[in-house]
Design a protein around this ligand. Sequence first.
Ligand SMILES: Cc1cc2nc3c(=O)[nH]c(=O)nc-3n(C[C@H](O)[C@H](O)[C@H](O)COP(=O)(O)OP(=O)(O)OC[C@H]3O[C@@H](n4cnc5c(N)ncnc54)[C@H](O)[C@@H]3O)c2cc1C
Ligand SMILES: NC(=O)c1ccc[n+]([C@@H]2O[C@H](COP(=O)([O-])OP(=O)(O)OC[C@H]3O[C@@H](n4cnc5c(N)ncnc54)[C@H](O)[C@@H]3O)[C@@H](O)[C@H]2O)c1
Length: 493
Amino acid sequence: MESAAQAPDQQVQQEQTFDVIVIGGGAVGENAAGRAVQGGLSVVLVEAELVGGECSYWACMPSKALLRSTQALRAARSVDGAAQAVTGELDVAAVLARRDSFTSGWKDAGQARWLEDAGIALVRGHGRINGPKEVTVTAADGSTTTLTARHAVTIATGSAAAIPEVEGLHESHPWTSREGTSVQIVPRSLAIIGGGVVAAELATAYAAFGAEVTLLARSGLLGGMEPFAGELVAEALQAQGVSLRLNTSPQRVSRSAEGVRIETEEGDPLLVEEVLAATGRAPRTADLGLESIGLEPGTWIDTDDTLRVLGFDWLYAVGDVTHRALLTHQGKYQARAAGDVIAARAQGRRIDDSPWGAHVATADHAAVPQVTFTDPEVASVGLIASAAREAGHRIRVVDYALGDVAGSALHADGYTGQARMVVDEDRRVVLGMTFVGPDVAELLHAATIAVSAEVPLDRLWHAVPAYPTINEIWLRLLETYGRPGEQTLNGLS
Ligand SMILES: Cc1cc2nc3c(=O)[nH]c(=O)nc-3n(C[C@H](O)[C@H](O)[C@H](O)COP(=O)(O)OP(=O)(O)OC[C@H]3O[C@@H](n4cnc5c(N)ncnc54)[C@H](O)[C@@H]3O)c2cc1C
Ligand SMILES: NC(=O)c1ccc[n+]([C@@H]2O[C@H](COP(=O)([O-])OP(=O)(O)OC[C@H]3O[C@@H](n4cnc5c(N)ncnc54)[C@H](O)[C@@H]3O)[C@@H](O)[C@H]2O)c1
């Protein structure tokens, strides 16, 4: 193993062979590299843009920064006594400035320093696989560096916004989540195409900023989640002033000096200042040299649960590019498993690739937590009821109104929300949990533990939620389900 103590660029000039090459320095690639270094390997990270990737500069962090001030304002306004102290409106310029601080002004010096401190070499430029264990990096000035890996190459190139084939849309230069999260001047009006997480979150943010927002979705909102989640978020968005056009698709889009005109299947054409496509993601694999190793460019990369690409013993993939779960925390979880298993295999150590073992990302299939930061928030983990049934589980669905819990009523005046627990009736464990309501994000990890650890319902009765917190929802759900052999006393305090 080579020393990794020198400055990264210096090291690259001296040494072109590393134990591991990681292509893509987003949050996931950084973690994969970090774990492999901690496992005793030398690692080089290749990054074409900013170290930190989408999450740091154009996704999680800026989008949540855009939403947080509105959420705090709503929280204050929903508690009598505090509400009287709120005498002003949202300061949009201050919100944007706070967002800028979270993106470090779109500069990655801090992240590059982290790599250096962690002993990870950095080569800036576009990486392409040349053949087994070989990667050529083309820098912005056209110069190239050829890197060779002794043990593994890990692809962590992420995903980019997918823009649908709608007549005139490409030519109209639509915004994507990148422009939506890095905005400096809020447009007067914005049409958002899509009904997923990006669309719902950005509609929430821009409505709060005073833009006239229209959301166009070809079905309902938040597909893939419990249906009541999308319904409650749709109601709330309308109350926040968003005009919803559900079950419709744009047919034609054109841009002129007046703005962007959008013709839809139904209803009058829309004229807006900007249009934003929030219509899902595409893998960043089109120009990665995949053809040189027999893989198809432009496709998602399939892996086994140790994150090794199917059919290879030296190639791994982690994060969005695998399409396992397009979330930062889940990608970083994969990265920890991949970094550890690469080191273990390189050193001939025992591999624990049994389900839930040290070297696998089993949770990707069973316990993926996600928070949608709309108002109300949606926090979910595991299987929704319809997916559990489709997977062949014999289930029981337990619903409870979140507003009927003492802690919720205290938390905010007029608190409303909904919780659902999906129980596997054969094993009597929780398969999935969904909370929809203000400030439910921090309730989620208990559910993630219950689902991933398959805690028996009988034992959950002994996990006593503190009174009076919103977490008492757990007790109410258990009471509604019923304790075996006992009479249930719903709602007793
Ligand atoms: C608007 C928005 C909000 C989101 N909010 C959340 C959230 O709140 N929570 C959450 O968990 N997830 C969220 N996500 C999802 C999250 O951003 C992604 O899951 C995450 O960024 C994936 O990380 P990654 O490292 O796999 O990919 P990326 O972050 O895309 O990083 C890949 C990196 O690889 C580099 N790269 C690509 N190709 C090459 C190449 N050939 N050579 C060199 N470098 C290359 C890119 O420049 C990039 O830096 C959000 C996504 C969007 C769009
Ligand atoms: N808070 C979070 O955790 C968070 C926030 C934002 C994004 N993300 C992640 O980023 C990923 C991307 O989010 P997203 O919202 O772009 O994707 P998505 O897959 O969640 O939603 C895409 C939406 O676009 C619609 N759509 C797709 N093609 C269309 C077309 N041709 N015409 C009209 N509508 C079309 C779909 O019906 C869907 O409503 C998600 O998978 C999510 O995991 C997470």
